[in-house]
Design a protein around this ligand. Structure first.
Ligand code: PMP
Length: 394
């Protein structure tokens, strides 16, 4: 019998920190989703109009994808059973990589389990000690974590400030340089100036990793994403798209030069040392790419909803951020005010999350509205009315 010691300082510390988070209104909690994703969902036992998924094209519960998943489960089973480099690399994973590379117009692609893992795998494979990573201050957490894990020098620059980035690139003595960019910033909805970033990468001999988690499926002709939107191509670009957002399923693909993809296959630890995703997901994603490619109607509808929302809001003390994408944040400032606004929307049956630090910078708590092609104009009109009247009530 092991005798318990009277004190356990580390656990005491965690209890104290949790109490602090709660006292400061920063404790995060989860809601229980009890329906498929869509404009109208059941959450915590009640029906709500939801503006908080990244299912931008409304594909997450599309009947064609549900059928594809069901049929694939029948023929492929449900588990991959091993990592890709052992026996888990199914023909359908391979077919998805080939189709994705062709779709985005890049030479080769590699399927990762998640965008988080893809970013960690790519950054740590491309740079190490002696290298330097340059990152926009508003980049996604997974890119920051990847930079820290790489052991390269980690240099951040103010949001979309190209002059500041150039100053840092000029000063760098690193042997390998890598610029990390969210193509669409996940909490602001604005775009990175990718052509300018690429020009700087050319001038200072750096890689450019483009994280298109929120652009793929939405931006560019046929939803081909941010590179297609800007008409960019370069062997310096490593392109990452996540497949759990507009594509409606799960996973992430990295695409680029064939040698870069081969290098990732050899070196990216988050690719090598993990079980392959269920093959049925890749089968479903092949069907999803078809829907994305044929989805101009969905994208046009989404664009109309963005215009409708922006034109309808009358919220002078809050700030509608300068976003052309389905991510339409309303900047409120204080955590309490953002939480209160989210709560009052919920009382009206509308779910819009309040996003607080550390996900966003201090004093910039906001409502993060995300629009989807699954919404109707009536849904958006309801949101506009609710926001305008909550704002007017103070
Ligand atoms: N990059 C960005 C910009 C993201 O917003 C996210 C997801 N929130 C990720 C990467 C991670 O992707 P995944 O959810 O597939 O891990």
């Amino acid at each position: 019998m092991i005798k318990p010691s009277p004190t356990f300082k580390a656990l005491e510390h965690i209890r104290h920190e949790l109490a602090q988070l709660k006292a400061r209104g920063l404790q995060r909690s989860r809601r229980l989703l009890e329906s498929p994703q869509g404009a109208h969902v059941r959450v915590d036992g009640r029906a709500v109009l939801s503006f908080c998924s990244n299912d931008y094209l409304g594909l997450a519960s599309h009947h064609a994808l549900i059928s594809a998943a069901g049929a694939a489960a029948q023929t492929m089973g449900v588990g991959a059973g091993a990592s890709h480099l052992i026996t888990g690399h199914h023909a359908v994973h391979h077919a998805l990589e080939t189709r994705f590379a062709e779709f985005v117009g890049l030479p080769a692609a590699l399927l990762f389990s998640t965008g988080y893992m893809a970013n960690i795998g790519v950054v740590t494979a491309l740079v190490g000690r002696g290298g330097e990573v340059f990152a926009d201050r508003l980049n996604h957490a997974s890119l920051n974590d990847a930079a820290l894990l790489s052991r390269a020098k980690f240099t951040r620059y103010p949001h979309n400030d190209l002059a500041a980035l150039e100053t840092r690139l000029t000063a760098s003595r690193a042997s390998q340089k890598l610029v990390l960019a969210d193509a669409v910033f996940s909490m602001d909805g604005d775009l990175a100036p990718l052509p300018d970033l690429l020009a700087l990468c050319e001038r200072y001999d750096a890689w450019l990793l483009v994280d298109d988690a929120h652009g793929f499926g939405v931006l560019g002709p046929g939803g081909r994403g941010a590179l297609a939107h800007f008409g960019l191509a370069s062997p310096r670009i490593v392109y990452m798209a996540t497949l759990g957002k507009a594509a409606g399923v799960f996973g992430a693909v990295v695409a680029g030069e064939a040698e870069v993809i081969e290098w990732l296959l050899q070196k990216a630890r988050t690719y090598i040392y993990t079980t392959a995703t269920p093959p049925l997901l890749s089968a479903t994603l092949l069907a999803s790419l078809d829907l994305i490619e044929a989805g101009n109607g969905r994208r046009t509808h989404l664009q109309k909803l963005i215009v409708q929302l922006r034109a309808g809001l009358c919220i002078p003390n809050w700030q509608l951020m300068d976003s052309p994408t389905p991510i339409q944040p309303v900047l409120i400032g204080s955590n309490d005010a953002a939480l209160a606004a989210s709560q009052r929307l919920l009382e009206r049956g509308i779910l819009v999350p309040a996003i607080r630090p550390p996900t966003v910078p201090a004093s910039s708590a906001r409502l993060r509205i995300s629009l989807s092609a699954a919404h109707t104009e009536t849904d958006v009109a309801q949101l506009v009315d609710a926001l305008n009247s909550i704002h007017a009530d103070g």
